[in-house]
Design a protein around this ligand. Structure first.
Ligand SMILES: [Zn+2]
Length: 164
């Protein structure tokens, strides 16, 4: 049976590590995150890997979004920003809002801030999270893309969400 996606956060949030506690060094998060993505690329190819990571991120983004949901867009964005910073995912900024698109930047991105330039944008999972958070509010599907990435030498992680 398929795991109900909404339950994943609560399932894995129960932690029994009396000695080691709940925090891990960011390098450990990153090697898990990057090894998984690089292996998925080797195994599935670029396109399937991107879809896999974006869609997985979207499911997580929708779960996060539904937990933080507010009828007022400004309030919702404030709650999301607070959550993202409190959980040390990054420092979220909304840099452009129009009827066509929303542009978000993530300073100090958990996945790519400060890492070597490797000549590609890599934050597909994070793109999905942002798209899912937007979808939870709009209750419709959106397209999203990473438009800047620290790993591509662009000094910030930026996600553009296309609304039409
Ligand atoms: Zn990035």
């Amino acid at each position: 049976m398929k795991t109900p996606k909404k339950d994943i956060i609560s399932q894995v949030s129960k932690v029994d590590r009396p000695k080691l506690g709940k925090s891990v060094p960011i390098e450990i998060f990153r090697v898990f995150r990057h090894y998984t993505q690089i292996y998925a690329k080797d195994l599935l190819g670029d396109r399937a890997k991107n879809i896999l990571f974006i869609n997985a991120g979207k499911e997580l983004g929708k779960s996060i979004g539904l937990r933080l949901l507010d009828k007022d867009l400004g309030m919702y964005i404030d709650k999301v920003k607070k959550f993202v910073e409190q959980e040390k995912i990054g420092i979220l900024k909304v840099v452009e809002v129009s009827n066509e698109k929303l542009v978000f930047q993530l300073d100090e991105c958990i996945t790519c801030a400060g890492m070597d330039y490797i000549g590609e944008r890599i934050c597909f999972f994070e793109v999905g999270i942002v798209a899912g958070i937007v979808e939870a509010f709009l209750n419709k599907k959106v397209l999203a893309q990473e438009t800047k990435c620290n790993a591509n030498g662009e000094n910030v992680c930026e996600v553009t969400v296309y609304l039409k």
